[in-house]
Design a protein around this ligand. Sequence first.
Ligand SMILES: Nc1ncnc2c1ncn2[C@@H]1O[C@H](COP(=O)(O)OP(=O)(O)OP(=O)(O)O)[C@@H](O)[C@H]1O
Ligand SMILES: [Mg+2]
Length: 241
Amino acid sequence: MKMLLETKGLKAFYGDFQALFGIDLSIEEGEAVALIGSNGAGKSTFLRAITGLINANEQDIHFNGNQIAGQSAHSIHKAGIAMVPEGRRLFPSLSVEENLLIGSAGGRPGPWSLDAIYDLFPDLVTKKNNPGTALSGGQQQMVAIGRALMSNPRLLMCDEISLGLAPKVIKSIYEAIPRIREGGTSLLVVEQDVGQALAVADRVYCFMEGRVTLTGTPDELTRHDIAAAYFGMQEEQEENN
Ligand SMILES: Nc1ncnc2c1ncn2[C@@H]1O[C@H](COP(=O)(O)OP(=O)(O)OP(=O)(O)O)[C@@H](O)[C@H]1O
Ligand SMILES: [Mg+2]
């Protein structure tokens, strides 16, 4: 398998505050990888560092064989990385269709078009002329995913796609993932629902306090391992002994 994304010893800072302490993470072409971890673990920071939204100068981030650390967000997007940000961030004054079309700007050629997005999320068809803000949270999330797909990314990174949504909506969003992969896009999904993460991913990484505390395939990982990596429970138990 070809390596699509690889970070080695990735660090990230907000001013003097260090949020990531040397992250080694890789995604092979075609893979779906889940990133789990509690609040403040550094998941969103990791995505921001990859996409060029926070400074990653002098870091080691290889994408599709090229060093992308320190490049502009624009050129990283053009190289084929798209992100669905935390909180969706649609353009409120634009319609659903206009929001989707903005996603295609500066993107790559490929299978995703307006028609393909409406086929993936039929709920959006009758809403195409409505402003993004007139939609339910789940529909807004579909637009946000569609907008990212419109650039025909090699890698789609989704930050907390199920947060705050009803179970039925979460189900329909997760049902889209195999189809996204069929289109040739690899995935990095940040997910606080561990069960959901294990169900969708080929491999899982757990972050805690800016470090990778666990990685493996869903089959390899026990509930105990995950709880320990997620909450640092093992250390607490050892301290108590
Ligand atoms: N803009 C910022 N300025 C300063 N510190 C920040 C900023 N954004 C995040 N942080 C800090 O960086 C650390 C990692 O935050 P990050 O948002 O990456 O975590 P997360 O894993 O995405 O958490 P959540 O599950 O709450 O989204 C936290 O300690 C957070 O307080
Ligand atoms: Mg976050």
